[in-house]
Design a protein around this ligand. Structure first.
Ligand SMILES: Nc1nc2c(c(=O)[nH]1)N[C@H]1C(S)=C(S)[C@@H](COP(=O)(O)OP(=O)(O)OC[C@H]3O[C@@H](n4cnc5c(=O)[nH]c(N)nc54)[C@H](O)[C@@H]3O)O[C@H]1N2
Ligand SMILES: Nc1nc2c(c(=O)[nH]1)N[C@H]1C(S)=C(S)[C@@H](COP(=O)(O)OP(=O)(O)OC[C@H]3O[C@@H](n4cnc5c(=O)[nH]c(N)nc54)[C@H](O)[C@@H]3O)O[C@H]1N2
Ligand SMILES: [Mo]
Length: 804
């Protein structure tokens, strides 16, 4: 086919009538979708793990690594997610997706200089994203050569000098932006932000800007802390757990263990989600060998409440309304003493609840009054309640307000600062929380800046910097000229793919510190570097000996992670070494002991202990068997807010209902992907095989559009500025989802998220809230009828025969 090198087209742009291909392997096997009825994890997970280990062709080493993962004392921290490790000592606390994630990093395949010599960037641009990552681990630094359109080897010193020279050339340090993805260790994070701030900018966008920014902002405003207040022991003591807007079985599978344990204890497990995800049903916990052998499943949900997309605030307001009504006759319905002693703004919140009418709450939430009352009943009968949430709440226009509404409810019954109770955001990347704790933020506090000035002797800029969306817009305008990506896959993770690609291409220099080849290496600036680094599983040897790094999990536990494998290539450097190399080249007169820091990470930790609150005696405490928990004032009922109390909020219930003919589309992950890394085109728990370019719709919404199962559709988003973006050739499937709501996969559907469509409250792109029109295909594929399309083979590319 002539269009082989146009990835945008294979993704469904510009080719009406042709089935779109996703960013996964596109094996060409027939696709299907049917309901999955088995328990989560269990044998489905075991088989899937077996397949992955077989594919990496090293089951023995793979298995050994897994047995070291997340163990107290000298394991490496699973890079899969930020769910905390069990504190009950040695226990095989692992999950299917963690194993996939680790073995993905441990692949024996390598992308060396011969590979780059054989392929131009233009050619590689036609490969699928799966095919790019599937080439294996990067082995040495590479620089883009425009004359041959290829990447050529470059020495580390020359690479550093190129970065330094480009940065020194800028008119202002604010013409550079320094992105982080949440994998980076605490030590590397600290050095990274030190480099950016010593250089002179707070342009430190991170993946949090697309992830839990809303949670941080809301919790800070309400409780004076950016983090949740509960830990895993609290999960073991709670009476009621609310899990809102999360697909835990796929994205935090180790949570299944806690849910199963809670169920056995008799706790209520409420799932609030437009879709009934696998974790809302039952599980066979993989390390419960007896259950595995006898197929004995444990329930992991006791109540499902299914709001429309964006309907959570109205739903939670309704719960508050019921609780406050009950309090009029039953003083125990709320914890009046707690409210009086520790909170502020209660009367205004009470009024907001009283003024909200049931028709409005039902319409905006999509849940009827009886169900809301049932939910409130569960809440009122529970003495200790934990509310946890993830992206279904945060990637919304009203994400901050909704997290605050969660806190409102918790405050009503004093569910903070007590065992078994509190707010619990479920973070994504394994160290995304640590990145923020250790200084990566475009809105640093005056306190952090003055500590940095005093301890590190730098003069950090005081003005706030650019976040992710702000960085993209500034690159697009030409105001940011150098982009450094410290991990991650900015090009695909960010919204408005076409706009973001252009923004990156406008740069003078793009630098990507990565472990694997990805789209960000192909969508680059005039000059471009790929700098390969050690992965978390690998030994990090420096002059001072073997080094460990620390990470912080979702529940503020900080602990050591020690790599155990030999590096994928002897040319790899650690992330701290790469950062220090770039920093020295950028700041030739710097008084910061960059080399000393790299020689021995204890020295970085000693400095961190002086700069960061809660890191006192860092080196010793990091080496405790289970690490340590960062002191959390809100947990002790100390609220670092202006009023010194926990703050109620009282915003009006927002209008989230799509206009007639339109739907709200949320983008989400499949079971077989890790953000932009896609392992296969299957989504087991949603019963999908071999297809990513799909949209799950309510069956009545399909009927209304004349759509039958698996029909090809065009999806057009309508941005707030009125601009439209279309993907062609997606397939519609009927799914148990509320009317007016629809779902499809990220990162493919980032094509539809306009750059201006972010929440003014958090700056987060509205990737769970795209306003779309879904219509039958505008042209028919020659030779296929409506139903016959099921059998049709999607053309192969990328990882297929041509380049595999
Ligand atoms: N295996 C694996 N693990 C991961 C990741 C991965 O890609 N793969 N990614 C990691 C990262 S960075 C993150 S942030 C987390 C993400 O973890 P999740 O938040 O679970 O990620 P999503 O797949 O985006 O799923 C969002 C969920 O929100 C629901 N939802 C959508 N809209 C709404 C709404 O309006 N209200 C409510 N109540 N629910 C809604 C969807 O139905 C879906 O269940 O997982 C982390 N862990
Ligand atoms: N439409 C839509 N878009 C979204 C989301 C959504 O739900 N919908 N979710 C958003 C969220 S929650 C997040 S967190 C972002 C994720 O955005 P990112 O964090 O930028 O993306 P990842 O896919 O996690 O990054 C994968 C890349 O990280 C590199 N990598 C892996 N391990 C290491 C390592 O140890 N060191 C280094 N230096 N590099 C490494 C590899 O090269 C790999 O290709 O995406 C956001 N984008
Ligand atoms: Mo995330």
């Amino acid at each position: 086919m002539a269009d082989d090198n146009v990835p945008e087209e294979m993704l469904g742009q510009g080719r009406p009538g042709v089935p779109a291909r996703g960013r996964g392997p596109n094996t060409g096997e027939p696709f299907s979708r049917r309901d999955y009825r088995h328990p989560a994890a269990g044998w489905g997970a075991a088989f899937s793990v077996g397949k992955v280990l077989a594919r990496t062709r090293e089951p023995v080493d793979g298995t050994r690594a897994i047995f070291r993962m997340n163990h107290e004392n000298y394991g490496f921290d699973c890079p899969g997610c930020a769910w905390p490790d069990s504190t009950k000592g040695l226990r095989l606390d692992i999950c299917e997706n963690g194993i996939k994630h680790v073995t993905w990093e441990m692949t024996p395949k390598r992308v060396g200089r011969a590979f780059f010599a054989a392929h131009t960037v233009t050619e590689l641009s036609g490969w699928s994203d799966f095919a790019l990552e599937d080439q294996g681990r990067l082995t040495e630094p590479m620089v883009y050569d425009p004359s041959s359109d290829k990447y050529l080897p470059i020495s580390w010193p020359d690479a550093f000098e190129l970065v330094g020279a480009e940065l020194r050339k800028l008119d202002s340090p604010d013409e550079a932006s320094f992105y982080t993805s949440g994998r980076l260790s605490n030590e590397a994070t600290f050095l990274y932000q030190l480099w950016a701030r010593e250089f002179g900018t707070n342009n430190l966008p991170d993946c949090s800007n697309m992830c839990h920014e809303a949670s941080g902002r809301a919790l800070t405003a309400a409780l004076g802390t950016g983090k949740g207040t509960v830990d895993l022991d609290d999960w073991g003591k709670t009476d009621a757990l609310f899990i809102i807007g999360a697909n835990a079985a796929s994205n935090a599978p180790r949570m299944l263990t806690s849910l199963a344990e809670a169920y056995r204890r008799g706790a209520q497990l409420v799932h609030i989600n437009p879709m009934v995800e696998a974790a809302a049903r039952s599980t066979i916990v993989p390390h419960d060998f007896l259950a595995m052998a006898t197929f004995h499943a444990t329930r992991t949900g006791t109540l499902n409440v299914r709001p429309r997309i964006g309907g959570d605030l109205a739903l939670l307001r309704g719960v508050g309304k019921v609780v406050l009504e009950a309090a009029e006759t039953d003083p125990k319905a709320i914890d009046r003493e707690f409210v009086d002693r520790y909170t502020h703004g209660f009367e205004d919140y009470r009024r907001a609840c009283a003024e909200a009418t049931w028709p409005e709450l039902e319409f905006q939430s999509g849940v009827d009054e009886a169900r809301i009352r049932e939910l409130a009943g569960v809440y009122m009968r529970s003495d200790r309640t934990i509310v946890s949430w993830c992206l279904g709440i945060t990637q919304q226009e009203h994400g901050v307000d909704t997290v605050r509404e969660i806190v409102n409810l918790l405050l009503l019954r004093g569910n903070i600062g007590r065992e078994g109770a509190g707010p619990c955001p479920i973070r994504g990347h394994s160290n995304v929380q640590g990145n923020r704790t250790c200084g990566v933020t475009h809105r640093p506090s005056e306190h952090l800046l003055s500590r940095l000035a005093e301890v590190c002797g730098i003069d950090p800029p005081r003005a706030h910097g650019l976040d992710t969306v702000g960085t993209i817009a500034a690159m697009h305008r030409g105001d940011v000229k150098v982009f450094v990506g410290m991990g991650g896959n900015f090009a695909l993770a960010a919204p408005d793919t076409a706009y973001t690609f252009q923004a990156l291409r406008n740069c003078e220099l793009t630098v990507q510190v990565s472990t694997k080849l990805n789209r960000g290496h192909l969508v680059h600036g005039r000059k471009a570097l790929i700098l390969p680094c050690l992965g978390r599983t690998e030994k990090d040897r420096q002059r001072g000996g073997l080094q460990g790094v620390t990470v912080e999990d979702s529940m503020s536990m900080v602990h050591m992670s020690l790599g155990m494998r030999n590096p994928a290539s002897r040319h790899l450097l650690s992330e701290p070494a790469i950062i220090a190399g770039m920093a020295r080249a950028t700041l030739p007169h710097s008084a910061t002991p960059w080399q000393g820091y790299v020689d021995d990470y204890d020295r970085v930790r000693d400095t961190m202990a002086q700069v960061l609150d809660g890191f006192e005696d860092f080196n010793r405490r990091a080496r405790l068997p289970l690490g340590f928990r960062i002191h959390q004032p809100a947990r002790e009922l100390v609220f670092l807010t202006e009023s010194g109390r926990a703050e109620f909020s009282n915003v009006p219930v927002p209008d989230v209902v799509p206009a007639a003919g339109r739907l709200t589309l949320g983008t989400m992950r499949s079971h077989d992907q890790w953000n932009t890394t896609i392992y296969s085109d299957d989504d087991r728990y949603r019963g999908v095989k071999n297809l990513r370019t799909l949209v799950l719709m309510n069956r009545d919404d399909m009927r209304e559009r004349g759509l039958a199962e698996a029909d090809l559709v065009d999806i057009t988003s309508i941005a707030r500025d009125g601009s439209r973006r279309t993907v062609h050739g997606y397939r519609a499937f009927g799914y148990d989802i509320p009317r007016g709501s629809a779902a499809g996969y990220m990162p493919e559907l980032n094509l539809l998220c306009g750059i201006g469509d972010f929440s003014p409250q958090s700056g987060q792109p509205l990737t769970k809230h795209l306003t779309v029109e879904i219509t039958p295909v505008t042209a028919r594929v020659a030779g296929t009828d409506r139903r016959g399309t099921r059998r049709e083979r999607v053309p192969r590319r990328g990882g297929g025969a041509a380049d595999g």
